[in-house]
Design a protein around this ligand. Structure first.
Ligand SMILES: [Zn+2]
Length: 336
C-alpha cells in the first residue's frame, strides 16, 4: 500500500494570508518569510504554520507528480489566496521542518552530499515527505543513502557508516515507523537489529511509539537474537564436541580453559547489559579479538574451528534476519 497522502490545501493554514503586502501578511498570520527560500521571482508561496516559502511552481510540478496534479486542478487558478498576485498554498499536516528540508533539497545541487551531514530525524522527515508527495528523485537519493547505512549484505553492514553515528533510540524507532509507512522495506532488517540492541529498559521506554505489530516483531526478533547468542556461547565452549580419549576436544586441555576465560572476561555476569552476545556486533575474531594468538595458549586448529563457527553463525543469522523480523526473505525484499 502506498504511503498515505494527505491533501494539500489551497488555503493557507491561518487566516489573513490573503492580505496584500508582506508586513500585513506577516503580522496578520504570524508567519515569516523564510530568509533563504524566498525567491523574488518565485511563482508560488508555500505556507507552513511557521514560514512562507516563495519558490517556483514549475520546479514543484516537475519533481512531484502529486503537486503537479494539484496545480492542474481546474480550480487551481481561481484561488483568492494571493500575495502580490502570487498564489499561496498551505501545506496541511506537514511540519515546517519537513517542508523546509524538502524545498532545500529541491534547490540543492549537492543534495547527495548534504544528506550525509544530516542527523537521523532530518533523514526520516525527508523520506516521509518525499514519499508523500511523490518527489521520486529526492526519495531515490534518500533511499540510496539509507541503504548505504542499512544495507542488504553482512559485509556492507559491517563496513556501514552507521557504526560511526551515535544512535538515539527515539530517532531510530521513528525511522523504523517511517520506513514501514513509506515502504522502504529493504532497510528494515538491519534497522530492527539496531533497535534490538538497545537495553530492554530503553526499548520499553520507546515502545509506545511503535504500532503494536512492529513492537511484537521487535520483541520476538530480539528473543531470537538471544537464542543466537546462547548458541554462540555454547559453541565457543565447544559443547557440541564430546571429548574423551578417542575424540578429544583438543590435545591441549588449556585451550578450552582459555576460551572459558575469554567469555568470562568479555561477558561478565556482573554486567547485565553484556550478557547478550549480539551476533553482528562481534568483531572478525569474535572473543579472540585482540588476543596475541602466538602466546595466548590457544592452538591453531581450535582457533580455526572457532573462526569458522563464528562466520557460519553470522552468515546463518544474517540470512534469517528479515525472516525473523518481517517474515520475508532477502529475496522477497529485493523483488519489492
Ligand atoms: Zn586447541
Amino acid at each position: 500500500m502506498p504511503p498515505k497522502r494527505r491533501r494539500v490545501s489551497k488555503s493557507p493554514p491561518t487566516k489573513g494570508c490573503g492580505d496584500k503586502g508582506s508586513a500585513t501578511l506577516s503580522r496578520a498570520s504570524g508567519l515569516r518569510q523564510h530568509d533563504k527560500l524566498w525567491f523574488d521571482d518565485g511563482s508560488i508561496i508555500i505556507a507552513t504554520d511557521v514560514h512562507l516559502y516563495r519558490v517556483h511552481r514549475g520546479m514543484l510540478s516537475r519533481y512531484s507528480k502529486v503537486l503537479s496534479d494539484i496545480f492542474e486542478m481546474p480550480t487551481a487558478g481561481e484561488t483568492s489566496d494571493l500575495w502580490e498576485d502570487v498564489p499561496i498554498v498551505g501545506m496541511v499536516g506537514d511540519s515546517d521542518v519537513e517542508v523546509y528540508l524538502l524545498l532545500k533539497g529541491l534547490y540543492d545541487r549537492n543534495f547527495r552530499d548534504t544528506l550525509r551531514e544530516y542527523a537521523m530525524p532530518a533523514i526520516s522527515s525527508l523520506l516521509s515527505i518525499s514519499s508523500k508527495y511523490d518527489f521520486q528523485e529526492i526519495r531515490a537519493d534518500v533511499l540510496q543513502f539509507l541503504t548505504s547505512l542499512f544495507p542488504r549484505t553482512l559485509k556492507e553492514y559491517e563496513a556501514s557508516k552507521i557504526h560511526n553515528r551515535e544512535l538515539h533510540p527515539g530517532e531510530i524507532f521513528e525511522l523504523l515507523v517511517v520506513a514501514h509507512r513509506c515502504e522502504a522495506l529493504s532497510i528494515l532488517p538491519p534497522l530492527y537489529y539496531l533497535c534490538s540492541r538497545f537495553p530492554l529498559e530503553t526499548s520499553i521506554d520507546h515502545i509506545q511509539s511503535l504500532p503494536k505489530d512492529y513492537a511484537k516483531q521487535l520483541f520476538l526478533g530480539r528473543d531470537w537474537l538471544c537464542e543466537v547468542s546462547q548458541h554462540l556461547f555454547k559453541q565457543s565452549l565447544q559443547s557440541a564436541r564430546v571429548g574423551g580419549s578417542f575424540a578429544p576436544i583438543c590435545k591441549y586441555p588449556h585451550c578450552l580453559e582459555k576460551f572459558r576465560a575469554q567469555l568470562a572476561e568479555k561477558y561478565p555476569n556482573a554486567q547485565p547489559e553484556r550478557r547478550f552476545m549480539f551476533v553482528f556486533d562481534l568483531p572478525e575474531h569474535g572473543i579472540l579479538e585482540d588476543l596475541d594468538m602466538q602466546r595466548c595458549g590457544i592452538c591453531e586448529p581450535c582457533e580455526t574451528k572457532y573462526l569458522e563457527m563464528l562466520n557460519e553463525i553470522k552468515r546463518f543469522a544474517w540470512n534469517r534476519l528479515p525472516v525473523k523480523f518481517l517474515n520475508m526473505t532477502w529475496e522477497d525484499l529485493r523483488r519489492k
